[in-house]
Design a protein around this ligand. Structure first.
Ligand SMILES: Nc1ncnc2c1ncn2[C@@H]1O[C@H](COP(=O)(O)OP(=O)(O)OP(=O)(O)O)[C@@H](O)[C@H]1O
Ligand SMILES: [Mg+2]
Length: 506
C-alpha cells in the first residue's frame, strides 16, 4: 500500500469511528474497511470481561452469529487468549501448521484454503482490554509484519471505543442482574402465603386464588375498603404465567373522567388540547401482563363502552387514533361498591358487569372473621417491630380483648395502622391497651364501659401489669415483685385487691 493510500485508509477508519454514537456499528464499519483494504476473510474484535474472566467476540466480520457466540475463551487459552494475557501481537503464517489454533468458532473447517492469522492486543495504557484479529488468505509475497504493524495502529485507534463498549456491557449486565433480583423480590413479596388468615372465609379465598391464578380469566375482587383487595390482585398476578411481565395498576377513582380514557388507552398527538405528543396507555404498557383496575365502580358510562370492547374483542384504539391495537392483557378489577345496585340505577352497564363478574372473589370484612384478628395483629406486630428495631413480642391480655371486641370498620388496613402506631408508642416488650388508639376504647365498648376515671385507669393498668408479670414468672410472686421493682408484700396486697390468683399462672 502506498503512503497516500495508507493515510486515506486510516482517515476512513477515524471517520467511521467518530461518525456514529452506536459503538458496535462503528466497530463493524472499521472491520469492513480493514476487510476491503487487506482482503481479509474474517475479522473479530474480542473483549475481556474482567468480572467473569472471559474473552468474548463482540464484533465480527465474516462470522455467523452462532459462530460468534461459540467464540469464548479464557485468558491464556488459544492464540487470542494468549495475546490478551501477554499483551503481545501474534502472527501465524499458516494456521494449518499452528498447534495453538483452537478454531473455536469452527469457521475455518469448511475452507481448504490456507490462511494466515494476525492477532494484536487492544490496550489502554498497559492494560489489555481486548484483541483485534484477522484471517488473510495465505500469500507468500505479503509482508505479515507490516500487516501486524498496521493492525497495531488500528488497535490503538479502537481502544477507547472498545473500552466504552466494555463499560456499556458491564452496565447492561449489572442492570440485568438487578432486574432479576427485583423480579424475584417482587414475586416473593406477593406470595399467597403472605396473605394472612386462617378463618374458613379466608381459606375459601385462598382456594379461589389458586384456582384462578394460572388462567387468563378476568377476576373481580370485591370487599369493603381495607379488606386486602389489592393484596389479592398482586398475589394472582405474581402467581400467574404472566408474573414476568408488567403488573399495571390504575386507580379509576383517582382520575378525573376526562383523563381516564387517555390513561387507559393512550392518545395520539393532538387528540385534544394538551396532547402534545403521543402517549401509550396502561393497556399497552400492560401488554403480556396484567392490568389492575381498582375502584372499577367509579368509571363513567362512556369509558365503560370502550372497556367492554377490550374485554370482548381484546382490542382498542388510542384516543384520537385510528390504528386498532391488540391487547394481550389479563384484567383484574376491584370494587367496594355495590355493582348490582349501580346496574339497577343505570350508572353501570349491565353487559360490562357480566363480563367482569366471570370469577368474583369476595373478601369478607374483618368483623366477620374474628379468628383472623390476632393472627393479623401478630403478623403486623412482627413486621413493624422489625422495621423499627424494637423487641416487642406480644400483646397484653386486655389489649387482645380490645382488639377482639372492636368492630373494625376500616378492616385490615385499620388494624395494620393501629398496630404500627402501638409499636411506635410502645417502650417495653409488650403492647398494652393504652398503646391502642382511643377509638378502640370507645367503639362498641362504649356502651358497656363508661369513660374511666383516673383511679380506674390506674387500677386497670396495675392489674394488667400484675397479670403479665405473673404469666412471665409462671406465678412466682417473689420474682414477679422483683421484676416490677416492688416488695412481695405490696405485690400480694395489690394482687388480692384486683382478685388476681397467682396459682392460676403456675
Ligand atoms: N390478609 C391479609 N394479610 C396481610 N395483610 C393484609 C391482609 N389484608 C390486608 N392486608 C394489608 O392491609 C392493607 C390494606 O389492604 P389493601 O390495600 O389490599 O386493601 P383494599 O381492599 O385494596 O382497600 P381499598 O378498597 O381501601 O383500596 C395493606 O397494607 C395490606 O397489605
Ligand atoms: Mg385498594
Amino acid at each position: 500500500m502506498k503512503k497516500i493510500e495508507e493515510i486515506t485508509y486510516l482517515y476512513e477508519i477515524a471517520k467511521s469511528l467518530s461518525g456514529t454514537i452506536d459503538l458496535k456499528k462503528s466497530l463493524y464499519s472499521v472491520l469492513e474497511i480493514i476487510s476491503k483494504s487487506l482482503g481479509m476473510r474474517r475479522g473479530t474484535i474480542t473483549i475481556l470481561n474482567p468480572l467473569r474472566d472471559e474473552i468474548q467476540i463482540q464484533v465480527a466480520h465474516g462470522l455467523s452469529r452462532s459462530a460468534m457466540q461459540r467464540g469464548k475463551y479464557k485468558p491464556g487459552e488459544g492464540i487470542t487468549g494468549r495475546v490478551i494475557q501477554q499483551g503481545k501481537a501474534f502472527v501465524v503464517p499458516k494456521i494449518s501448521e499452528e498447534p495453538l489454533f483452537l478454531n473455536r468458532t469452527a469457521s475455518r473447517r469448511q475452507t481448504q484454503e490456507e490462511v494466515s492469522f494476525i492477532c494484536v492486543p487492544i490496550k489502554k495504557g498497559q492494560q489489555v482490554v481486548g484483541a483485534l484479529s484477522v484471517d488473510l488468505p495465505f500469500d507468500p509475497s505479503f509482508d505479515l509484519n507490516k500487516g501486524r504493524r498496521r493492525l497495531t495502529v488500528i488497535a490503538t485507534m479502537l481502544a477507547q471505543w472498545v473500552i466504552n463498549l466494555e463499560t456499556l456491557q458491564l452496565e447492561r449486565e449489572a442492570l440485568h442482574e438487578e432486574n432479576l433480583r427485583l423480579q424475584q423480590q417482587l414475586a416473593s413479596k406477593h406470595r399467597i402465603t403472605n396473605i394472612v388468615g386462617n378463618s374458613n372465609k379466608m381459606r375459601e379465598v385462598f382456594q379461589m386464588i389458586s384456582q384462578v391464578c394460572r388462567s387468563n380469566a378476568t377476576v373481580l375482587i370485591r370487599g369493603e375498603s381495607g379488606t386486602g383487595k389489592e393484596l389479592v390482585a398482586n398475589a394472582i398476578h405474581f402467581n400467574s404465567p404472566r408474573a414476568k411481565h408488567a403488573f399495571v395498576k390504575v386507580n379509576c377513582a383517582a382520575l378525573p373522567a376526562t383523563l381516564i380514557e387517555s390513561e387507559l388507552f393512550g392518545h395520539e398527538k393532538g387528540a385534544f388540547t394538551g396532547a402534545i405528543k403521543q402517549k401509550r396507555g396502561k393497556f399497552e404498557l400492560a401488554n403480556k401482563g396484567t392490568i389492575f383496575l381498582d375502584e372499577i365502580g367509579s368509571i363513567g358510562l362512556d369509558v365503560q363502552v370502550n372497556l367492554l370492547r377490550v374485554l370482548q374483542e381484546k382490542e382498542f384504539e388510542r384516543v384520537g387514533g385510528i390504528q386498532t391495537i391488540k391487547a394481550d392483557v389479563r384484567i383484574i378489577a376491584a370494587t367496594s361498591k355495590n355493582l348490582e345496585q349501580a346496574v339497577e340505577d343505570e350508572t353501570f352497564r349491565g353487559d360490562l358487569y357480566y363480563r367482569l363478574n366471570v370469577f368474583p372473589i369476595y373478601l369478607p370484612p374483618l368483623r366477620e372473621r374474628k379468628t383472623d384478628i390476632l393472627l393479623l395483629a401478630d403478623h403486623f406486630l412482627e413486621n413493624y417491630a422489625r422495621e423499627n428495631s424494637k423487641d416487642i413480642r406480644r400483646f397484653s391480655t386486655p389489649a387482645i380483648d380490645m382488639l377482639m371486641q372492636y368492630h373494625w370498620p376500616g378492616n385490615v388496613r385499620e388494624l395494620e395502622n393501629c398496630i404500627e402506631r402501638a409499636v411506635l408508642l410502645c417502650e417495653g416488650g409488650v403492647i398494652r391497651s393504652y398503646h391502642l388508639p382511643p377509638t378502640l376504647q370507645t367503639g362498641e365498648q362504649s356502651d358497656t364501659v363508661p369513660a374511666r376515671s383516673l383511679e380506674e385507669a390506674v387500677a386497670g393498668l396495675e392489674r394488667e401489669m400484675i397479670i403479665d408479670t405473673l404469666k412471665n414468672t409462671r406465678g412466682n410472686m417473689a420474682t414477679a415483685a422483683e421484676l416490677l421493682q416492688t416488695t412481695v408484700r405490696k405485690f400480694t396486697y395489690k394482687a388480692k385487691k384486683y382478685r388476681v390468683d397467682f396459682r392460676q399462672y403456675r
